[in-house]
Ligand binder design. Structure first.
Ligand code: PRT
Ligand code: ZN
Length: 287
């Protein structure tokens, strides 16, 4: 690996693979989606992609076999790898929680005293239990942790949850959220100086994509005598853009609004006479 190419580790298959590749594509970095290949190359950016199991990504970045990686924060926490977390990436959101059979009367954390807990995250769990002064037996299981209580393997589980559907269909109830997680961009501790500018360029692109998340571009026609009311409703990056319409007494107003308040803003704009409202996606935002 030379100093003019940066090497990124991503999950080869699984929940984070597609979103990781999409993020790269949105950032103008097209890599061959050769899932069976171990090492891929970007066509238009000096970047190599190493396709790995998610469990291996933090360690490979720590060792410097990859310079950067995209992986769930839960894996970074579990491996304890000495890497720097540069960005949260907004996908792969989940939590690692303690769950118990739903019929059990839960009395608080003390319930776990002396119990057995099945998990694939023994290190995160041990850390949590020690901090809370609970001593329980940890049983490491690599897959299908959710069946452990029904199978008589453990009293409780500590596992990744997102919708909670898996817990419910296994007769379990989430009782303590221990760790919130999402995909993160990690970097090795001693990134060679020559690769710093490549990393900066990737961060610049990722940030522009991150900034655009949850934002919509809105344009509409407004009677000129209602413009000041419209401006009050449209907090923009600097201030809204106003262009006169050919029709006398009307202007076209353009702005960027947050998706959360979009419908409320649209209703208020309509109430002050806005017409021909268009709402468009925002791909990138560069401040
Ligand atoms: O093969 P490899 O080792 O790379 O993959 P893996 O099987 O270990 O991981 P994978 O692909 O399942 O998940 C990769 C990462 O996605 C995890 O490390 C988390 O950071 C993140 N993530 C986000 C999740 C979930 N959501 C999730 N729901 N990982 C696992 N799950 C499991 C959960 O444990 C449950 O069993 O999916 C099931 C469905 O969840 P519910 O709650 O929606 O029913
Ligand atoms: Zn894994």
């Amino acid at each position: 690996m030379d100093n003019k190419t940066i090497r990124l580790a991503i999950q080869s298959k699984g929940r984070l693979n597609e979103d990781s590749l999409r993020l790269l594509k949105d950032a103008g970095i097209d890599v061959d989606d050769a899932k069976r290949k171990f090492l891929g190359k970007a066509a238009d950016f000096p970047l190599e992609v190493l396709y790995l199991r998610d469990d291996d990504i933090p360690g490979v970045v720590e060792d410097g076999a990859a310079d950067i990686g995209i992986v769930g924060f839960n894996e970074v926490a579990e491996t304890g790898a000495q890497v720097e977390i540069l960005r949260k990436l907004g996908f792969g959101k989940c939590r690692i929680s303690l769950a118990i059979p739903k019929a059990v009367d839960y009395t608080g954390l003390d319930w776990f005293q002396g119990k057995s807990i099945a998990t694939s995250y023994p290190s995160v769990l041990q850390g949590f239990l020690s901090r809370r002064g609970i001593s329980a037996e940890i049983r490491v299981i690599k897959g299908s942790v959710e069946i452990a209580p029904a199978a008589g393997i453990a009293d409780a589980i500590f596992d990744v949850v997102s919708s909670g559907g898996t817990l419910v269909s296994n007769g379990l109830r989430e009782v303590e959220i221990v760790l919130e997680s999402e995909a993160v961009l990690i970097v090795r501790k001693d990134l060679p100086a020559g690769k710093k500018s490549l990393l900066d360029s990737i961060l610049f692109r990722f940030d522009a994509i991150g900034e655009s998340r949850g934002k919509k571009y809105i344009l509409m026609n407004i009677p000129n005598d209602r413009l000041s009311e419209a401006f009050a409703l449209l907090p923009s990056m600097r201030s809204p853009t106003v262009m006169p319409l050919a029709a006398h007494g009307w202007s076209s107003v353009h702005s960027v609004v947050s998706e959360k308040s979009l419908w409320e803003t649209v209703e208020r704009l309509k109430a002050i006479g806005a017409e021909g409202i268009l709402i468009l996606n925002v791909d990138k935002v560069i401040d």
